[in-house]
Design a protein around this ligand. Sequence first.
Ligand SMILES: Cc1ncc(COP(=O)(O)O)c(C=O)c1O
Length: 432
Amino acid sequence: MSQADAAVVQLPDDERPTKWYNIQADLPEPLPPPKDPETGPSRLKSLPELLLAECLRQENSTERWIEIPPEVQELYRQAGRPRPLIRAHRLEKRLGTPAHLYYKTEFYSPTGSHKVNTALAQAWYAKQEGYERLTTETGAGQWGTALAYAASLAELKTTIYWVRAVHDWKIQRRQFMKLYGATVHASPSSETSVGRALLAKRANHPGSLGIAVSEGLEDAKRDEKAIYCLGSVLNHVLLHQTIIGLETQRQFEQIGAYPDIMVSSLGGGSNFGGFTLPFLADAIKGKAIRFIAAQSAAAPNLQGEYRYDFADHAELTPLLKMYTLGHKTEMRPVKGDGLRYHGCSPILSLLRHRGFIDTIAYPEDERYVFERARQFVQAEGFLPAPESAYSVACAIDEAMKCKETRERKVIAFNVSGHGFMDMEGYAQVLGL
Ligand SMILES: Cc1ncc(COP(=O)(O)O)c(C=O)c1O
């Protein structure tokens, strides 16, 4: 058996990354900076009140490598890092594909997803900077749980604004957040002026990530002991998530292989970016590698326009240059609701604009995607989060193309989270 055939690729502890990778040092052109709208107060000037000082520094940094604080490295270890890379031998066999499929196991996470990678860093910085409470938005609920967990470890309080369309059906996840000590509001909520205005027009408003971001920001702004933490989109969030791709890169080195195709789901871009950015650096230098972002047709933001737009519904953030569907656009809820966001991270948007990233949007009824997830569950045994099911579906699609063309491509995909608390979603769509 060659090394590339090993079923599980572990990374020895002495090879675990101790620095995050900042692609801003290697982009083909400088990232268009955030800017203020033509009217209204300056959002740029209020950024130091909106973001942690260290995260704001990282947001603008062009240093290639940024040290992971030793305390955060230790927290990563306790959260099960490095995570294995697994060769999907049984799935390959059942599909009858000559492709080699490898998946990164972000589902081995205390709260269920990759979101802990940035939550642990942000909560740790918040504690150092003297804050007592964190506020945030969440869609799937995975980010809210991750931040509640990280805050609880750092002895901080958390207030979570959770998109109502998901809050109302993920009862166990809501209880999990509360177990960590978090306060959870369905968004839009009556806690903020943004929420009250929307509820006045529509009592059972399903909410959106853009609205929940506005509520979290408004809440933090009125309390000087509170700071807002974001779970995706921004440069510093993708930076923290590069731990995924850096480990994966070393795991591929260890087995003497390299991916031809990399796939992951994309909502705001944190797991896709974390997984691919170290490899995108190789692609910028000329290496042939295909990157595919799997999205929902409910929010195919990478097929939107590349322009400046607000990151939130109430226009409290600066304008970011990104692929966007428009910050006021209503999008129908889906079970993989973590993918329902109007915009994509500025870093990934630039790379898509320069032709480095392909995208596919799967139908809103999610039958196709969940049927593909069923194949994965039955062959590999792990239950992907609904969002991660999009990554699985796309990887299987690419493997089936290889079957037709008889190509032995190496396909790497990220399974960003587990779906233990999302069975209701699978049951409804698949009629279980
Ligand atoms: C498990 C999981 N994967 C993927 C996503 C999509 O977000 P991002 O694009 O930031 O990775 C989410 C969002 O909630 C999620 O919970």
